[in-house]
Design a protein around this ligand. Structure first.
Ligand code: NAP
Length: 298
């Protein structure tokens, strides 16, 4: 029996682990893949307080350093009995007094022909991981948010040219980043345009696009395409036991408690206005403070 089981080792889960340690709660943190969550995909973070610029990998190392002595397991939680607070991995069951869901979100697929077949063969969802393979090559980036624009800027260090394809003519990304992209001569903006199909025999060769205003179609010859069209929350394992928004995000109250007593949620997985590393880390702190009070009252 532990006081707290944290599911997810991104900024929300790791920040929660710091606060749980300080509160003297016996805690286990489960992570199914690697620590840092989506933060690992950020090559240059300029909006985490205390750092003018830091890579996601380095910031993750700072986060994990602070929770070295918290028990961590590299295991996936397959199912949870929320009423009795029992968590199941493939090998074991863990009884907890409270649960924090900090499972974040994963990249949304574009959903076009050729995407799955060419995934890993020119189609990527992580510029930090795969960008260097495209030195002196032509690449496309899809999306108009901070991730897509940051990816385009990062790729401009390696690629010969970058086509940034966005379905509208206005970007969702912040102004500073948009201005940097507009000032980068290697980045060509392809606006009001949707990707129709990805073609290539053994790896990506062509990206077929269609201008939404004119209806015109043309192919962009490219060796790689980085898809950054947003994220979807990782809530499948909840199996309908916790109230979600229609988009699949976990509903929480002010204390970050979910619809189930003693079960809390933090970070990108929950319904909120601003999804950033700093707000995920803030959620971790708020959630553990609420959990501490909850445990005292039970
Ligand atoms: P996002 O802000 O949700 O942007 C997704 C982009 O993909 C939007 O431009 C959207 O177009 C486009 N899109 C969605 N579905 C599409 C489809 N089927 N086909 C074509 N385009 C599609 O996602 P994000 O950029 O991954 O960012 C996620 C969150 O992390 C945001 O809150 C963002 O601010 C944050 N973030 C922050 C930083 C930073 O501050 N340094 C860096 C990365 C991410 P529309 O605009 O037309 O909807």
């Amino acid at each position: 029996m532990v006081d707290l089981a944290i599911i997810g080792g991104g900024p929300a889960g790791l920040s929660a682990a710091v606060y749980a340690k300080r509160a003297g709660l016996s805690t286990i943190l489960f992570e199914k893949m690697f620590f840092g969550g989506q933060m690992v995909n950020s090559h240059n973070i300029e909006n985490y307080p205390g750092y003018a610029s830091i890579s996601g990998i380095d910031l993750t190392a700072k986060f994990t350093e602070a929770v070295e002595d918290v028990e961590k397991r590299m295991e996936e939680i397959m199912a949870v009995d929320f009423s009795n607070k029992i968590l199941f991995t493939a090998r074991e069951r863990i009884q907890a007094r409270s649960i924090l869901i900090a499972t974040g979100a994963k990249p949304r697929l574009l959903g076009v022909e050729g995407e799955e077949r060419l995934s890993g063969m020119g189609v990527s969802y992580c510029a930090t991981c795969d960008g260097a393979f495209f030195r002196n090559r032509t690449v496309c980036v899809v999306g108009g948010g901070n991730t897509a624009l940051d990816d385009a800027l990062y790729l401009s260090k390696f690629a010969k040219e970058i086509y940034l394809i966005h379905r509208r003519d206005a970007f969702r990304a912040d102004e500073l980043t948009v201005n940097k992209v507009k000032a980068e001569p290697l980045i060509h903006l392809v606006l009001d345009t949707e990707v129709q199909r990805l073609d290539g025999k053994d790896s990506l060769e062509n990206v077929l696009v269609r201008n939404k205003k004119t209806g015109e179609e043309h192919a962009i010859q490219a060796d790689g395409i980085f898809i950054a069209v947003g994220n979807i929350p990782q809530t499948e394992f909840l199996n309908g036991k916790i109230d979600l928004t229609p988009e699949g995000y976990i509903k929480t109250d002010e204390s970050l408690q979910t619809s189930m007593e003693g079960v809390f949620a933090a970070g990108d997985v929950r319904e909120k206005e601003l999804r950033q590393i700093v707000t995920a880390a803030g959620d971790g702190a708020v959630a553990v403070d609420s959990i501490r009070k909850y445990l005292q009252s039970t």
